[in-house]
Design a protein around this ligand. Structure first.
Ligand code: CA
Length: 236
């Protein structure tokens, strides 16, 4: 099945290049030239991945990202205009899965798209494999938290919580090796992987988002604990 990529980019020539590139790679593409149209298509067309520019007419990429995240966990890669740390961190806080800084090489962007689609394909496979035995083996239970590795699902007090793939990957990585402290660099390497040029604050931002979802009181975390000056660990 061909994955569908929604390209939200207002510069017509860049939009055209992206459509051309990903069509040639074998994907279906959809394109929008402004924020409101991008949001509408993201919600009505069910794309498998969204490339989202930050500077857009009508509604900026951050706002579009936030509004999509209210309704969907589709992978979102933000296209940030420059090496702007604020853009990166803000995008991730709003729930983007990844970002690519302009000017980017088509090769780099294609690699990121493939990596993000691969992760979400694994997630979709997990949803379909409802074998009970596998379920027991692949479930981590800690306090009021249940992490189902196969199904890419996290339940808090028995209720499924909305979580992005990156947040899930981070939680899974920490929870599978409870009490072991990982530096932010180590987490970046293991959870983000693939030539990730991000800085370690990416990890902090994702931890913060995760805590807001899984902790009763994010300022007094019980699950993901900060070891000052060292890193983070999962408290089983
Ligand atoms: Ca733009």
């Amino acid at each position: 099945m061909d994955a569908t990529i929604l390209i939200v980019e207002d510069e017509q020539n860049i939009n055209d290049i992206l459509v051309y590139t990903f069509t040639k790679e074998g994907y279906k593409t959809l394109s929008a030239l402004d924020g409101p149209k991008g949001l509408e298509m993201a919600l009505s067309e069910n794309p498998d991945l969204i490339l989202l520019d930050v500077m857009l007419p009508g509604m900026d990429g951050f706002e579009v990202c936030r509004k999509i995240r209210d309704k969907s966990d589709v992978p979102i890669i933000m296209l940030t205009a420059r090496e702007d740390e604020v853009d990166k961190v803000l995008g991730l806080e709003l729930g983007a899965d990844d970002y690519v800084t302009k000017p980017y090489s088509v090769r780099e962007l294609t690699a990121r798209v493939k990596a993000n689609l691969r992760r979400s394909a694994f997630a979709a496979e997990g949803e379909n494999s409802g074998d009970k035995n596998a379920e027991d083996k692949n479930t981590i239970i800690s306090g009021d938290l249940t992490i189902n590795i196969e199904r890419y699902e996290v339940l808090k007090k028995g209720k499924v919580i909305d979580i992005t793939l990156r947040e899930f990957d981070l939680l899974k990585f920490l929870a599978m090796q409870p009490e072991k402290i990982f530096s932010r660099e180590k987490l970046l390497e293991n959870v983000w992987g693939y030539e990730y040029y991000g800085d370690v604050r990416t990890v902090d931002v994702t931890v913060r988002r995760l805590r807001e979802k899984i902790e009763d009181d994010p300022s007094m975390p019980k699950y993901i604990i900060t070891k000052r000056g060292v890193g983070y660990y999962f408290n089983k």
